[in-house]
Design a protein around this ligand. Structure first.
Ligand SMILES: [Mg+2]
Length: 126
Protein backbone atom coordinates (compact mmCIF):
# COMPACT_ATOMS: atom_id res chain seq x y z
CA UNK A 1 0.00 0.00 0.00
CA UNK A 2 1.33 3.40 -1.00
CA UNK A 3 1.42 5.99 1.75
CA UNK A 4 2.49 9.63 1.99
CA UNK A 5 4.65 11.54 4.42
CA UNK A 6 3.87 14.97 5.89
CA UNK A 7 5.96 17.75 7.38
CA UNK A 8 4.26 19.56 10.28
CA UNK A 9 5.09 23.28 10.22
CA UNK A 10 3.73 24.87 7.08
CA UNK A 11 1.96 21.69 5.98
CA UNK A 12 -0.20 20.28 8.80
CA UNK A 13 0.28 23.25 11.13
CA UNK A 14 -0.56 26.60 9.48
CA UNK A 15 -0.88 28.90 12.49
CA UNK A 16 -4.36 30.41 12.65
CA UNK A 17 -5.35 28.53 9.50
CA UNK A 18 -6.07 24.82 9.15
CA UNK A 19 -3.48 22.87 7.18
CA UNK A 20 -3.37 19.55 5.35
CA UNK A 21 -4.51 16.30 6.95
CA UNK A 22 -2.66 13.00 6.60
CA UNK A 23 -4.62 9.87 5.72
CA UNK A 24 -4.98 7.02 8.21
CA UNK A 25 -1.77 5.15 7.31
CA UNK A 26 0.37 8.14 6.40
CA UNK A 27 3.36 9.18 8.49
CA UNK A 28 4.58 12.52 9.82
CA UNK A 29 8.26 13.50 9.69
CA UNK A 30 8.94 16.79 11.38
CA UNK A 31 11.97 18.99 11.81
CA UNK A 32 10.64 19.70 15.31
CA UNK A 33 13.01 18.43 17.99
CA UNK A 34 12.25 15.48 20.28
CA UNK A 35 12.21 18.21 22.97
CA UNK A 36 9.01 19.57 21.39
CA UNK A 37 7.19 16.23 21.40
CA UNK A 38 4.69 17.01 24.17
CA UNK A 39 3.29 20.26 22.73
CA UNK A 40 3.37 18.82 19.22
CA UNK A 41 1.37 15.68 20.06
CA UNK A 42 -1.11 17.90 21.95
CA UNK A 43 -1.60 20.12 18.89
CA UNK A 44 -2.03 17.12 16.57
CA UNK A 45 -4.53 15.43 18.91
CA UNK A 46 -6.59 18.64 18.94
CA UNK A 47 -6.83 18.30 15.17
CA UNK A 48 -7.77 14.62 15.51
CA UNK A 49 -4.45 13.52 13.99
CA UNK A 50 -2.96 10.38 15.55
CA UNK A 51 -0.43 9.33 12.90
CA UNK A 52 3.07 8.15 13.78
CA UNK A 53 5.45 11.11 14.20
CA UNK A 54 9.22 10.97 13.61
CA UNK A 55 10.86 13.77 15.58
CA UNK A 56 14.23 15.37 14.92
CA UNK A 57 16.88 13.80 17.22
CA UNK A 58 18.69 17.16 17.45
CA UNK A 59 17.95 19.52 20.35
CA UNK A 60 15.79 22.54 19.49
CA UNK A 61 18.61 25.11 19.54
CA UNK A 62 20.95 22.98 17.44
CA UNK A 63 18.73 22.34 14.44
CA UNK A 64 18.85 24.14 11.11
CA UNK A 65 16.75 23.96 7.96
CA UNK A 66 19.47 21.85 6.33
CA UNK A 67 19.82 19.42 9.24
CA UNK A 68 16.03 19.11 9.43
CA UNK A 69 16.05 18.13 5.75
CA UNK A 70 18.79 15.59 6.45
CA UNK A 71 16.76 14.11 9.31
CA UNK A 72 13.71 13.74 7.03
CA UNK A 73 15.81 12.17 4.27
CA UNK A 74 17.34 9.73 6.73
CA UNK A 75 13.95 8.63 8.09
CA UNK A 76 12.47 8.33 4.59
CA UNK A 77 15.33 6.21 3.27
CA UNK A 78 15.36 3.91 6.29
CA UNK A 79 11.59 3.37 6.04
CA UNK A 80 11.89 2.64 2.32
CA UNK A 81 14.67 0.18 3.13
CA UNK A 82 12.29 -1.50 5.58
CA UNK A 83 9.82 -1.97 2.71
CA UNK A 84 7.49 0.97 3.27
CA UNK A 85 6.02 2.23 -0.01
CA UNK A 86 6.16 6.02 0.33
CA UNK A 87 5.03 8.05 -2.68
CA UNK A 88 5.03 11.70 -1.68
CA UNK A 89 6.56 13.83 1.05
CA UNK A 90 4.63 17.08 1.54
CA UNK A 91 7.03 19.87 2.49
CA UNK A 92 6.85 23.67 2.68
CA UNK A 93 10.58 24.44 2.89
CA UNK A 94 12.41 24.60 -0.44
CA UNK A 95 15.80 24.08 1.26
CA UNK A 96 14.65 20.90 3.00
CA UNK A 97 12.85 19.73 -0.13
CA UNK A 98 16.11 19.94 -2.10
CA UNK A 99 18.01 17.97 0.57
CA UNK A 100 15.35 15.24 0.50
CA UNK A 101 15.15 15.07 -3.32
CA UNK A 102 18.92 14.81 -3.59
CA UNK A 103 19.40 12.02 -1.07
CA UNK A 104 16.15 10.09 -1.59
CA UNK A 105 15.36 10.51 -5.32
CA UNK A 106 12.60 7.87 -5.26
CA UNK A 107 10.50 10.21 -3.08
CA UNK A 108 8.36 12.82 -4.81
CA UNK A 109 8.64 16.02 -2.81
CA UNK A 110 5.50 18.14 -3.20
CA UNK A 111 6.22 21.71 -2.14
CA UNK A 112 3.36 23.49 -0.42
CA UNK A 113 4.19 27.07 -1.29
CA UNK A 114 3.12 29.94 1.00
CA UNK A 115 4.36 32.35 3.66
CA UNK A 116 1.75 31.70 6.34
CA UNK A 117 4.20 30.32 8.91
CA UNK A 118 7.84 30.95 9.71
CA UNK A 119 10.40 28.59 8.17
CA UNK A 120 13.09 29.19 10.80
CA UNK A 121 13.11 27.67 14.30
CA UNK A 122 10.04 28.71 16.27
CA UNK A 123 8.90 27.07 19.48
CA UNK A 124 5.14 26.43 19.76
CA UNK A 125 3.28 26.29 23.01
CA UNK A 126 -0.04 25.22 21.57
MG1 LIG B 1 7.93 22.96 7.44
Amino acid sequence: MKINSFDIDGVIYMGKYDGLYPNKNDIIITGRSFEEEEETIRMLKRKGINNKVYFNPLPFDKKTRKSSGEHKAKVLSSLIEDGMDIGIHFEDDYIQGCVIEKSVPQINVVLVNHNLVEKENVRHNG
